[in-house]
Design a protein around this ligand. Sequence first.
Ligand code: UAG
Ligand code: ATP
Length: 542
Amino acid sequence: MQSDLARPNSPHSVPLAAVADATGGSVSAAGAHVQVTGVSSDSRRVRPGDLYVAIPGAQRHGAEFLPAVVRAGAVAVLSDAAGAALAAEHELPAIVVENPRAVMSIAAATVFGTDITAPPLFAVTGTNGKTTTSYLLHALFLSLGLKAGLSGTVERIVGDARLETRLSGRLTTPESDYLHGLVARMTEDGVQAAAIEVSSHGLDGARVDGLPFESAIFTNLSQDHLDVYGTLENYFASKLTLFTPRHAKRGVIAIEDEWGRRAAREAQIPVVTVARDTAEGADIADWLLHIDTEGLERTDFTLRGPNGEELTSSIGLPGAFTALDLSLAVVAVIGAGLASLDEIREALAATDGLHPVVPGRLDLVSGDSELRVYVDYGHTAASFRAVLHALRPFTPGRLFMIFGADGDRDKGKRPEMARAASEESDVVIVTDYNPRTEDPDGIRRTLVETIRAEFPERELYEIADSATGIGHAVAMAEVGDLIFIGGHGHRADVEVDGRIVPYSAREAAVAALREHGWLAEQAPSTLGSPDAMDSTRERRAS
Ligand SMILES: CC(=O)N[C@H]1[C@@H](OP(=O)(O)OP(=O)(O)OC[C@H]2O[C@@H](n3ccc(=O)[nH]c3=O)[C@H](O)[C@@H]2O)O[C@H](CO)[C@@H](O)[C@@H]1O[C@H](C)C(=O)N[C@@H](C)C(=O)N[C@H](CCC(=O)O)C(=O)O
Ligand SMILES: Nc1ncnc2c1ncn2[C@@H]1O[C@H](COP(=O)(O)OP(=O)(O)OP(=O)(O)O)[C@@H](O)[C@H]1O
């Protein structure tokens, strides 16, 4: 596992006793003169000089990995009594606390120095749009001439350096030791502003504790993760903890439905609200977004502030919701004092709007082929609706929707996903998505039965293999049609029967487009680069 970006290159040395003081733990006598230079809760990331945080997890106790941790050069342990006893067997000094995960952020902040200095950090939470809004923030920072950072589902970015999450533990919101190390590295590398995706799991797991967020953004809330939370109310309560002084100085909240309005009412920090002028919350929003023109290539908008100030600009993505995500980013940047509206207007005007690259979200994988094919990571009913609604008006032919549902996650959301997938599309192809340890036939059955019962007129195919389903859609498609592949997004693998198997819907789509003559043969390295992709510009012989 690579971990380089989440570590400062020149770490400081901190007395173990100082970490014990900060965490309120007791340190064994052997630790009196020990110095630590890093913190890790994952044995696979331990470096010489580290304090290893041995966490009792649901699957394992981190102390099980002490032999590997010692070999990797850890010099001390922070753990509960059971972990500390095992550490003594390995002659490692230990700080003993009741709940190691709860205080890990304090240890990490003390060692990595993030309690003293950090770039302005912008947190983004919500069911849909965390990744999108984080990339829009990142693109906005860059357009303002700032050195920028990002941490999210797809990758971690520090200036020009990038690390994919599949190489760094996969979590959208990594553990606090990782995040504090990453922020320390950002400081060291001169990053001037960073966007951090914050999941509800991250909030509950104390993963963002101790990070001084200048601003916290709430995009929206809809059904997801009810396997963990039981009710939307509990899920909402988890998200809302971000909007407290413990985490953030101020907030920016989209108030397009009752969840957003409640978030604004119940937040315990000063918040500013944003809504489209057509949305339910428009009458009370501080900032109003008007969509001037929608298209597949760009969305033109005007954002009006509470004092009559205006920003007319555009975003190089389809969907009014992407303009809303950008508005949240703009208002957060202004609120945090990072730039004025005039400076943002000037920066965006210089490039005729913002042209972000959001990996795996509304990702046009067909280049300039006459058949448009999008791959997208969205895997909730709300995101299906938002995207299909945005694409429908610009699809003169048939709209193909290819999707499946996650295994081992919130089974209750599957029927609503099937509805959302079918409402505005003409052809629906249900495939396997990411079954994990669940029986994929059973997952498809729920989706297919819902569509058959509620949309009997819909042209429906059940094709287990995702690549075959994509191939089938491309083979049937004609000029004017549009294919939307929901779920896989940026991912290059899926979990089947508990095993990680390589699979890229993006590559499957490009291969099918080539096979059926929509795209000329190209070297794979040009994949996804519209300029480099030759369209056959001829109607495929059907
Ligand atoms: C429910 C949950 O979030 N669990 C997370 C939690 O697991 P856990 O506390 O049970 O830990 P464990 O696996 O028993 O391991 C105990 C300790 O041993 C350590 N260990 C483990 C193995 C090893 O070889 N060496 C080692 O040191 C672990 O780092 C950990 O410190 O801590 C682990 C270590 O960080 C995470 O990998 C694990 O995420 C699991 C895999 C997961 O799937 N989490 C998902 C639900 C999640 O957090 N998702 C959200 C995004 C949700 C969304 O919006 O879509 C996210 O932020 O990613
Ligand atoms: N404001 C929004 N409202 C509804 N859908 C949105 C919004 N912003 C983005 N989306 C769509 O939602 C889906 C998920 O987007 P994105 O990956 O940015 O969200 P996320 O919160 O990071 O999701 P995840 O936690 O699953 O990674 C995509 O289809 C994206 O186009």
